[in-house]
Design a protein around this ligand. Sequence first.
Ligand SMILES: [Zn+2]
Length: 272
Amino acid sequence: MKRTPLQVAVVCWLVVGCAGVHRFHPNFYSLDGDIRLGEQLSKEVETDLVLLRHSALNQLVNTVGRRLLDASPEPAFKLFPYSYHVVDSPEVNAFALPGGPVYLNMGIVEVCETEDELASVMAHEMSHVAARHATEMLTTQNLSQLAIIAAVSVVPIPIPPIAWEGAKLGYVLSLLHYSRGKEAEADRLGLRLMNAAGYDPTAMASVFRKLSEQQHSLPSVVERFMSSHPLSEVRMRDAERQSAQLERPNAAAVAAASPSTFPQVKMMFAKD
Ligand SMILES: [Zn+2]
C-alpha cells in the first residue's frame, strides 16, 4: 500500500516516541512526555494522599531503589528519574506513575518481611515505568484522536489533557489498570532487575502468596491491589519458575551493598 507523506510522518512520529523496552510499540509520548505527565499526575494524586515523612523509612526505600537501578541490566530503566514515596495508608497497594514516581502504601510495606520482598514490589513498579506501560496504554486508547491531531499538525503533540472524573487518586489508579500481558512483563522485568541487584528473586512469589492469603483473610484491605494486579495461580507459578531459571550474579558484584536497615525500620513500625 502506498502511503502519503503525511501517513509516513505519522508512522515515523509513532516510532520516534518509542525509546525504552518496547522499541517498536507505538507511543505518542516522548520520554520527556512520560516524565512531565508523571509530574503532573503526582501533583494531582498527592492532594489525595498523606505521605509518610519518616527519615529511616524514606532512606530505606531510596536505598533499595538506587540499588535496583544501579544494577539494572536493561538500559531503559536508566531513562527515568525515579522517586519513591511511602503513603500513610493501611491499604495494601503500590503503584507507579509514568516517568518515575513510585508510591508504596504502608500496608504493603508491612506485608513484606524482608528487604528482598520489598525490593520485589518496587522492582515490579519500576518495570511498569521502564516499559512505559502507562503511556503506551494512553496512546492506544487515544490513537484515533491523536492521529487526527497528527494529521493537522506538524508540531509535537502536547500531553493530552486528563479529563478528571471523580476523586483524582481513584481516577489515576483506574487509568493504571494494565492488561495481564503488561503485568506479566512487569513481573519478568522486575525479577531480572532484583536478581541483578543481588536480591533473592524467589521473594516475588513469596509476596504474591502472602497477598493471596490476605485476600482471603482481609479482602477489603487488598481489594484495590488485587483489581489492578490480579494474582492467579498461573502468575504465582510463573514468578516461581522464572526466578528458578535466573542465573544469580556473582557474589563479588553485589558484595558492596551495605547491610540492610530493613529489620530496624520494620521494628520501628511494629504493631503491638
Ligand atoms: Zn503491576
